[in-house]
Design a protein. Structure first.
Length: 171
């Protein structure tokens, strides 16, 4: 029984950083979308939907990190893995973002093909791409921090960010 509790605790603490990051960032994206769409009549995600998305993304990142092709460039400079992971995550985010809109139109029209045609005709592309660009920058930030923490270690990064630098302590 103790090993199950230990495993659950380990899983929880592994899930916490990406979930918190995506929770905060997706709420930021939702706020920006709300500001962009004010007065358009376009429906927005609720905080509950954003929270569920953050939980799903947090778990998806942990699962993706277990895939053999995700750490494709272990013997090259760190920027290779950052760019590779960012590309993969941005492509997945693009697909999910499009499907998120498609589901709404699918429900409204009653058919997948009709919903997709209506989506392509009615979507506000500048808003779609603005949101996607914001997600891309946030994913790049996440991948950069994740790779730095993976290489340097959590304790080292924590000390760099939260401890007083030695030069300041001596002064």
């Amino acid at each position: 029984m103790r090993s199950i509790a230990t495993k659950l605790k380990e899983e929880f603490f592994a899930l916490l950083p990406p979930t918190l990051f995506f929770f905060l960032m997706l709420h930021l994206v939702a706020l920006i979308r709300a500001l962009m769409l004010t007065g358009t009549g376009i429906t927005l995600n609720t905080s509950w939907q954003v929270t569920v998305s953050a939980l799903l993304l947090g778990k998806a990142v942990l699962v993706a990190d277990l895939l053999p092709f995700i750490n494709r460039y272990p013997h090259k400079p760190l920027v290779y893995n950052i760019a590779w992971k960012t590309l993969l995550y941005v492509l997945v985010a693009l697909l999910v973002h499009y499907l998120e809109h498609l589901v709404e139109f699918w429900r409204a029209t009653g058919g997948l093909v009709a919903g997709n045609q209506r989506l392509l005709a009615e979507i506000v592309w500048p808003h779609f791409w603005a949101t996607q660009l914001l997600l891309g920058v946030l994913i790049l930030l996440y991948c950069t921090m994740h790779e730095l923490i993976r290489v340097l270690g959590r304790d080292t990064v924590s000390a760099i960010l939260f401890d007083t630098p030695p030069a300041v302590r001596r002064s």
